[in-house]
Design a protein around this ligand. Structure first.
Ligand SMILES: [Zn+2]
Length: 324
């Protein structure tokens, strides 16, 4: 998603918040401003900062305005800068409360799709068994470009032309990023899993797909899987404990192939991106076979993000197919 330039004609979110006296949000440290807007914050015309002075008291108004400016900068620097990683989103959102999933569609006209008819995730049940093509993976070792973006502790980004491909349904998709949720966003037959992984893909003709992989806790019932453990080991070693910007870890490489279960039978349906702007037209492949991650690592993630999931969305007549 490209960062949208801030229109100077529009009131700055900080100013809006101050005007609406959204003290609770300020206290909560909501990311009303982020670092990518740093220069804009300083460049924003200050005449829009709320001033209670009447025309007859312009001088006092100016003084007050200056006080507000200072307050704005200080608050901005103290509270909002840590939210920098959410820079991808102009309007803040969260997984609960007033800007939680039930309200996403109303937060910003750009998020209108969140109220659409083909949203994700879903609870997968009553799927239709079909002859579906097998999935083929062409994944390889590459640099670790990792970010804790304020919504997940681990997202690994891949630049266009990275050469990691997934072939399915007559399409060749390139990997754009993968990330983790705690717990899983998808439900399968009414059940969610301890964690979920999302691999996001794009084809050269602009089609978007996602692969969802469920995660169980490794233990007596679910033996640990060395290939998964190896990759997770590296990811968790460099998992940023604080939200920040994407950064490449020098000299460290990972191969996402280690995270893919051996059996790649899947469910498939048409859905959306599971976070604002909830863009539809995403073909979701939900793998039937889960992988395992150690309890210790799951707990380390959950400490940072205990519940970064959108609840299941209505199916609205969509058919979920299941490969045999
Ligand atoms: Zn996701």
């Amino acid at each position: 998603m490209s960062r949208e330039p801030v229109s100077l004609e529009k009131a700055h979110p900080l100013q809006k918040a101050l005007r609406q006296n959204r003290r609770s949000e300020l206290r909560m440290g909501h990311p009303l401003i982020h670092t990518s807007l740093g220069s804009e914050v300083l460049d924003t015309p200050h005449s829009r900062i709320p001033v209670s002075a009447s025309d007859g008291a312009r001088k006092e108004g100016d003084t007050l305005r200056k006080a507000w400016m200072t307050a704005g900068f200080v608050i901005g620097a103290m509270i909002f800068l840590p939210a920098a990683p959410r820079a991808q989103w102009k309007t803040p959102w969260s997984y609960s409360g007033a800007d939680g999933p039930a309200h996403w569609a109303q937060l910003d006209p750009a998020y209108a799709a969140c109220g659409g008819k083909e949203q994700s995730p879903i609870n997968i049940q009553n799927s239709v068994k079909s002859h579906l093509p097998a999935m083929k993976f062409e994944l390889k070792n590459g640099p670790l470009d990792i970010v804790n973006n304020g919504y997940t502790a681990v997202r690994v980004d891949y630049a266009p032309g990275n050469g990691n491909f997934v072939f399915v349904g007559g399409e060749r998709y390139e990997l754009t990023q993968f990330h983790f949720h705690h717990p899983s966003e998808e439900f399968i037959n009414g059940r969610y899993y301890t964690m979920g992984m999302h691999f996001m893909l794009k084809s050269s003709n602009g089609k978007t797909a996602g692969i969802a992989i469920m995660v169980n806790v490794a233990g007596a019932n679910h033996p640990a899987e060395p290939p998964v453990e190896n990759v997770v080991d590296t990811l968790w070693k460099y998992m940023p404990t604080k939200a920040g910007k994407p950064h490449v870890i020098p000299g460290v490489e990972i191969n996402p192939a280690g995270l893919i279960p051996r059996d790649t039978a899947y469910y498939v349906y048409m859905g959306s991106v599971t976070a604002p702007p909830c863009t539809e037209g995403v073909k979701w492949y939900v793998l039937k076979t889960p992988v395992t991650i150690s309890r210790e690592r799951i707990e380390a993630f959950a400490k940072l993000y205990p519940h970064d999931v959108r609840p299941p969305q209505p199916l609205n007549g969509r058919v979920v197919e299941e490969s045999k």
